[in-house]
Design a protein around this ligand. Structure first.
Ligand SMILES: *Cc1c(COP(=O)(O)O)cnc(C)c1O
Ligand SMILES: [Zn+2]
Length: 435
């Protein structure tokens, strides 16, 4: 059994604050509460400063991948998962760009809008940042198999990282409700893929039962180690802004793992003195899958669940796992929650795509959310905003092609292919009409 648990981390219940050693396989507290990987911030404070992380930026990529140099997750390892380099399973991930484009800024109604493109991670979504840490922890624990339920990107990522680690992966997906690019990845990376007759929430319940009964290591976002890796999105943003934070970070919200991770990262960054102030968070749901937004509107007096239905499959979730952790983020980061329609999502996606950047539908919820919050006066036009693009444009080709070929009735920016006869005159005629 593993013995090399670092002394600065433990598992801590977010409700009753009971703590457990990280050498124990455990996903929830005995009281039923969700767990955090809790860092001893007092012990870390003297060891961590801006210079430590800035010094690691200069590492030029050598002929070999060295996670501690090449990964935008493991750069922050002291505050994510302190471990030795030979335990680390990395592709490597992170170091994603911050794009700007006048058309996207104008569409959102802002002068300073940045798009942090998490779709440019190794398997095409931010899930890689969590999975490198989750699979590393699985390896540390000596796991014989790993599993997740997923709307797609989690399974694509788990399949890749498990293959890298040489650990078998079990993937539970809702039959027929997964985008083509994501299913292709799970199969290609060699995962054992089980299609469940039911929706995501059914798959989620089943995988937990399987892990508890069959001793498989669970890598859904219930697993707190994944959220530790996802914190690095925020650390990269803060560092990218030379530790002078933007005013807002806006992100799509489904299972609320990222919303939870962002709040924890901001809390820790401030506690450790990396920044003097922190950005506000805006979590954006799809209107057809907006239980968190509906709870927010009722000041969290009750936990709403819904039957989810949105084109944005990555956030098509009716009963988000990290709900209590996400409420904490709103408190820590003076956050707001909103919801946008599928039409708004697909139009925002078309704007991002046509800027040559591109993203999957769920990602565009953040840009649609920025636009809505600006027009509602919540975000001021002169504020600096980072909007997170969570997934790659190739993840869901069906949604994109449908939008541009007339299957999306309200499309504002459709770019349909033009049918022409195979001769020069026909091409000239077609071009004259368009240019
Ligand atoms: C997982 C995912 C989300 C939702 O993130 P949560 O942490 O579940 O809220 C959004 N967009 C994409 C592309 C994703 O893969
Ligand atoms: Zn507890």
């Amino acid at each position: 059994m593993p013995t090399n648990a670092p002394d600065t981390i433990s598992l801590q219940c977010i409700q009753c604050h009971r703590s457990y050693p990280t050498t124990e396989v455990r996903y929830v507290c005995d009281c039923g509460g969700l767990l955090d990987v809790w860092h001893d911030l007092e012990a870390l404070r003297p060891r961590i400063n801006r210079g430590l992380f800035d010094g690691r930026l200069s590492g030029a990529p050598g002929p070999k991948v060295v996670p501690t140099t090449n990964s935008g997750v493991w750069r922050y390892r002291e505050i994510i998962l302190p471990t030795t380099v030979d335990n680390i399973v990395s592709r490597p991930e992170g170091n994603t760009p911050l794009y700007e484009h006048p058309r996207v800024s104008q569409y959102a109604g802002l002068s300073d809008l940045y798009l942090k493109h998490e779709g440019e991670n190794p398997t095409g979504s931010f899930k890689d940042r969590g999975m490198t840490v989750g699979v590393t922890q699985a390896k540390i624990m000596g796991a014989t198999a790993v599993a997740c339920a997923s709307t797609g990107n989690t399974s694509a990522s788990l399949a890749a990282y498990a293959a890298r680690a040489g650990i078998p992966a079990l993937i539970f997906i809702p039959a027929g409700k997964i985008a083509a690019g994501k299913l292709a990845q799970a199969l290609a990376y060699g995962a054992h893929t089980l299609q469940i007759q039911g929706d995501f929430d059914d798959a989620m319940n089943l995988v937990q039962e399987v892990c508890n009964k069959l001793g498989v290591y669970l890598l859904n976002s219930l697993n707190p180690f994944r959220l530790e890796g996802q914190k690095s999105i925020v650390f990269e943003i803060l560092q990218g802004f030379q530790w002078q934070p933007p005013d807002w970070i806006v992100l799509p919200a489904g299972n609320l793992g990222n919303t939870a991770a962002f709040g924890k990262a901001l809390f820790e960054a401030q506690q450790l003195g990396l920044v003097d102030r922190i950005p506000r968070i805006a979590a954006v749901q799809a209107a057809g899958a907006s239980p968190f937004y509906q709870s927010y509107q009722r000041s969290f007096a009750e936990r709403v669940t819904v039957k989810a239905n949105t084109v944005a499959t990555a956030i098509n979730i009716g009963n988000p796992v990290s709900y209590p952790r996400a409420i904490r983020t709103l408190e820590w980061a003076n956050g707001v929650v909103t919801a946008v329609s599928d039409d708004e999502i697909m139009d925002a996606k078309a704007v991002v795509d046509s800027a040559g950047i591109g993203c999957e539908p769920a990602s565009a919820a953040s840009v649609a959310g920025v636009r809505q919050l600006v027009s509602a006066g919540v975000i001021k036009p002169d504020e600096t905003v980072v909007s997170i693009l969570t997934g790659h444009v190739l993840k869901d080709p069906t949604a994109t092609v449908d939008y541009h070929t007339g299957q999306w009735p309200n499309a504002q920016f459709a770019n349909a292919p033009v049918k022409v006869e195979a001769n020069l005159a026909a091409v000239q005629q077609a071009l004259e009409a368009r240019l």
